[in-house]
Design a protein around this ligand. Sequence first.
Ligand SMILES: [Zn+2]
Ligand SMILES: [Zn+2]
Length: 208
Amino acid sequence: MRAMELQEVGGPLQFVERETPVPGAGELLIQISACGVCRTDLHIIDGDIRDHLPIVPGHEIVGHVLASGLGVSHFAAGDRVGVPWLGRTCGECRYCHAGQENLCDHPLFTGFTRDGGFATHCIANAAFCLPIPKEFSDAEAAPLLCAGLIGYRSLRMAGHARRIGLYGFGAAAHILTQVALWQGREVYAFTKPGDVQGQAFARALGCV
Ligand SMILES: [Zn+2]
Ligand SMILES: [Zn+2]
Protein backbone atom coordinates (compact mmCIF):
# COMPACT_ATOMS: atom_id res chain seq x y z
CA MET A 1 0.00 0.00 0.00
CA ARG A 2 0.97 3.62 -0.40
CA ALA A 3 0.43 6.37 2.16
CA MET A 4 1.24 9.97 2.99
CA GLU A 5 2.77 9.95 6.44
CA LEU A 6 3.35 12.74 8.98
CA GLN A 7 6.82 12.04 10.38
CA GLU A 8 7.48 15.28 12.26
CA VAL A 9 5.26 18.07 13.52
CA GLY A 10 5.04 20.89 11.02
CA GLY A 11 6.75 18.87 8.31
CA PRO A 12 5.34 17.92 4.92
CA LEU A 13 3.60 14.56 4.56
CA GLN A 14 6.04 11.96 3.21
CA PHE A 15 5.22 9.34 0.57
CA VAL A 16 5.80 5.81 1.90
CA GLU A 17 5.15 2.27 0.70
CA ARG A 18 4.28 -0.45 3.20
CA GLU A 19 2.95 -3.97 3.48
CA THR A 20 -0.82 -3.90 3.12
CA PRO A 21 -2.14 -4.63 6.63
CA VAL A 22 -4.31 -7.62 7.51
CA PRO A 23 -7.59 -6.91 9.33
CA GLY A 24 -7.82 -8.27 12.87
CA ALA A 25 -10.97 -9.50 14.62
CA GLY A 26 -13.81 -7.05 14.10
CA GLU A 27 -11.85 -5.02 11.55
CA LEU A 28 -12.11 -4.23 7.84
CA LEU A 29 -9.40 -3.76 5.23
CA ILE A 30 -10.61 -0.90 3.04
CA GLN A 31 -9.45 0.24 -0.38
CA ILE A 32 -9.78 4.01 -0.19
CA SER A 33 -11.54 5.96 -2.95
CA ALA A 34 -11.67 9.43 -1.35
CA CYS A 35 -10.67 11.16 1.86
CA GLY A 36 -11.61 14.69 2.85
CA VAL A 37 -9.31 17.13 4.61
CA CYS A 38 -10.64 18.29 7.99
CA ARG A 39 -9.39 21.20 10.05
CA THR A 40 -8.34 18.64 12.68
CA ASP A 41 -5.88 17.15 10.17
CA LEU A 42 -4.21 20.56 10.05
CA HIS A 43 -4.18 20.72 13.88
CA ILE A 44 -2.42 17.33 13.96
CA ILE A 45 0.12 18.37 11.32
CA ASP A 46 0.77 21.67 13.14
CA GLY A 47 1.17 19.85 16.48
CA ASP A 48 -1.79 21.61 18.15
CA ILE A 49 -2.88 18.14 19.26
CA ARG A 50 -0.23 15.44 19.61
CA ASP A 51 0.07 11.69 19.77
CA HIS A 52 2.62 9.22 18.41
CA LEU A 53 4.35 9.77 15.07
CA PRO A 54 4.59 8.73 12.32
CA ILE A 55 0.87 8.75 11.52
CA VAL A 56 -1.21 8.80 8.34
CA PRO A 57 -3.79 11.58 8.82
CA GLY A 58 -7.27 11.68 7.29
CA HIS A 59 -10.60 10.75 8.88
CA GLU A 60 -13.24 11.46 6.24
CA ILE A 61 -12.64 8.17 4.43
CA VAL A 62 -14.77 6.54 1.76
CA GLY A 63 -13.76 3.22 0.27
CA HIS A 64 -14.67 -0.37 -0.50
CA VAL A 65 -14.25 -3.38 1.77
CA LEU A 66 -11.52 -5.71 0.49
CA ALA A 67 -11.45 -8.15 3.41
CA SER A 68 -12.82 -8.49 6.90
CA GLY A 69 -11.53 -10.04 10.10
CA LEU A 70 -13.20 -12.59 12.34
CA GLY A 71 -16.60 -11.70 13.70
CA VAL A 72 -17.60 -9.08 11.12
CA SER A 73 -21.09 -9.89 9.91
CA HIS A 74 -22.66 -6.64 8.74
CA PHE A 75 -20.17 -5.75 5.98
CA ALA A 76 -18.89 -7.89 3.12
CA ALA A 77 -16.21 -7.53 0.45
CA GLY A 78 -17.24 -4.91 -2.10
CA ASP A 79 -19.44 -2.86 0.26
CA ARG A 80 -18.84 0.88 0.18
CA VAL A 81 -18.19 2.23 3.66
CA GLY A 82 -17.24 5.47 5.40
CA VAL A 83 -14.74 5.77 8.24
CA PRO A 84 -15.10 8.69 10.68
CA TRP A 85 -12.80 10.23 13.34
CA LEU A 86 -14.03 8.02 16.19
CA GLY A 87 -12.42 4.68 15.37
CA ARG A 88 -12.99 2.67 18.54
CA THR A 89 -14.33 3.05 22.07
CA CYS A 90 -13.74 0.86 25.12
CA GLY A 91 -17.41 0.09 25.80
CA GLU A 92 -16.66 -0.07 29.53
CA CYS A 93 -16.00 3.42 30.89
CA ARG A 94 -18.70 5.60 32.48
CA TYR A 95 -19.12 7.61 29.26
CA CYS A 96 -19.59 4.54 27.10
CA HIS A 97 -22.17 3.22 29.61
CA ALA A 98 -23.99 6.56 29.50
CA GLY A 99 -24.27 6.52 25.69
CA GLN A 100 -21.70 9.31 25.38
CA GLU A 101 -19.09 7.26 23.55
CA ASN A 102 -17.64 10.40 21.96
CA LEU A 103 -16.21 11.15 25.43
CA CYS A 104 -14.75 7.64 25.96
CA ASP A 105 -11.70 7.44 28.24
CA HIS A 106 -9.88 4.96 25.95
CA PRO A 107 -10.76 5.76 22.34
CA LEU A 108 -8.93 5.31 19.05
CA PHE A 109 -9.10 8.16 16.56
CA THR A 110 -8.75 7.63 12.83
CA GLY A 111 -5.78 9.50 11.40
CA PHE A 112 -4.54 10.52 14.87
CA THR A 113 -3.99 7.49 17.11
CA ARG A 114 -4.39 4.97 14.30
CA ASP A 115 -3.52 5.40 10.63
CA GLY A 116 -6.12 7.17 8.51
CA GLY A 117 -7.14 7.87 4.97
CA PHE A 118 -4.42 9.74 3.10
CA ALA A 119 -3.46 6.36 1.68
CA THR A 120 -4.56 3.67 -0.73
CA HIS A 121 -5.72 1.36 2.08
CA CYS A 122 -6.61 1.46 5.75
CA ILE A 123 -7.78 -0.77 8.56
CA ALA A 124 -10.91 0.25 10.47
CA ASN A 125 -13.06 -1.18 13.23
CA ALA A 126 -16.22 -2.40 11.48
CA ALA A 127 -18.44 -1.31 14.39
CA PHE A 128 -17.50 2.32 13.66
CA CYS A 129 -17.83 2.16 9.85
CA LEU A 130 -20.93 3.46 8.12
CA PRO A 131 -22.64 2.22 4.95
CA ILE A 132 -22.62 4.92 2.24
CA PRO A 133 -25.88 5.27 0.27
CA LYS A 134 -25.49 5.01 -3.49
CA GLU A 135 -26.92 8.54 -4.01
CA PHE A 136 -23.56 10.04 -3.04
CA SER A 137 -20.37 9.99 -5.04
CA ASP A 138 -17.20 9.13 -3.10
CA ALA A 139 -16.07 12.76 -3.00
CA GLU A 140 -19.53 14.00 -1.99
CA ALA A 141 -19.80 11.50 0.85
CA ALA A 142 -16.32 12.06 2.32
CA PRO A 143 -16.94 15.44 4.06
CA LEU A 144 -20.09 14.03 5.67
CA LEU A 145 -17.90 11.66 7.72
CA CYS A 146 -16.69 14.48 9.98
CA ALA A 147 -18.02 17.92 9.05
CA GLY A 148 -21.44 16.47 8.26
CA LEU A 149 -21.50 14.08 11.19
CA ILE A 150 -20.64 16.57 13.94
CA GLY A 151 -22.87 19.22 12.40
CA TYR A 152 -25.85 16.92 12.19
CA ARG A 153 -25.32 15.73 15.76
CA SER A 154 -25.39 19.35 16.96
CA LEU A 155 -28.47 20.09 14.86
CA ARG A 156 -30.35 17.19 16.44
CA MET A 157 -29.43 18.43 19.91
CA ALA A 158 -30.86 21.85 18.99
CA GLY A 159 -34.32 20.24 18.79
CA HIS A 160 -37.04 21.73 16.62
CA ALA A 161 -35.99 25.37 16.88
CA ARG A 162 -37.24 27.32 13.88
CA ARG A 163 -34.28 29.73 14.05
CA ILE A 164 -30.78 28.50 14.66
CA GLY A 165 -27.41 30.22 14.89
CA LEU A 166 -24.16 28.68 13.66
CA TYR A 167 -21.05 29.96 15.39
CA GLY A 168 -18.08 29.79 13.05
CA PHE A 169 -18.80 29.22 9.39
CA GLY A 170 -16.55 26.38 8.29
CA ALA A 171 -16.99 22.91 6.84
CA ALA A 172 -19.65 21.71 9.31
CA ALA A 173 -21.71 24.90 9.09
CA HIS A 174 -21.81 25.03 5.32
CA ILE A 175 -23.24 21.49 5.20
CA LEU A 176 -25.58 22.06 8.12
CA THR A 177 -26.97 25.26 6.59
CA GLN A 178 -28.19 23.35 3.57
CA VAL A 179 -29.85 20.70 5.75
CA ALA A 180 -31.47 23.25 8.07
CA LEU A 181 -32.82 25.34 5.17
CA TRP A 182 -34.23 22.22 3.58
CA GLN A 183 -35.98 21.55 6.90
CA GLY A 184 -37.56 25.01 6.67
CA ARG A 185 -35.50 26.72 9.36
CA GLU A 186 -33.94 30.17 9.42
CA VAL A 187 -30.18 30.09 9.80
CA TYR A 188 -28.04 32.87 11.26
CA ALA A 189 -24.30 32.59 10.63
CA PHE A 190 -21.73 34.06 13.02
CA THR A 191 -18.20 34.53 11.70
CA LYS A 192 -14.98 36.04 12.92
CA PRO A 193 -14.96 39.85 12.63
CA GLY A 194 -13.80 40.80 9.16
CA ASP A 195 -14.37 37.37 7.61
CA VAL A 196 -16.07 38.96 4.62
CA GLN A 197 -15.53 35.89 2.48
CA GLY A 198 -17.18 33.60 5.06
CA GLN A 199 -20.09 36.01 5.43
CA ALA A 200 -20.63 36.18 1.68
CA PHE A 201 -20.48 32.38 1.44
CA ALA A 202 -23.07 32.06 4.25
CA ARG A 203 -25.42 34.49 2.51
CA ALA A 204 -24.91 32.75 -0.82
CA LEU A 205 -26.08 29.49 0.78
CA GLY A 206 -29.22 31.18 2.11
CA CYS A 207 -28.33 32.28 5.65
CA VAL A 208 -30.25 35.24 7.02
ZN1 LIG B 1 -12.63 16.09 11.44
ZN1 LIG C 1 -15.23 4.10 26.89
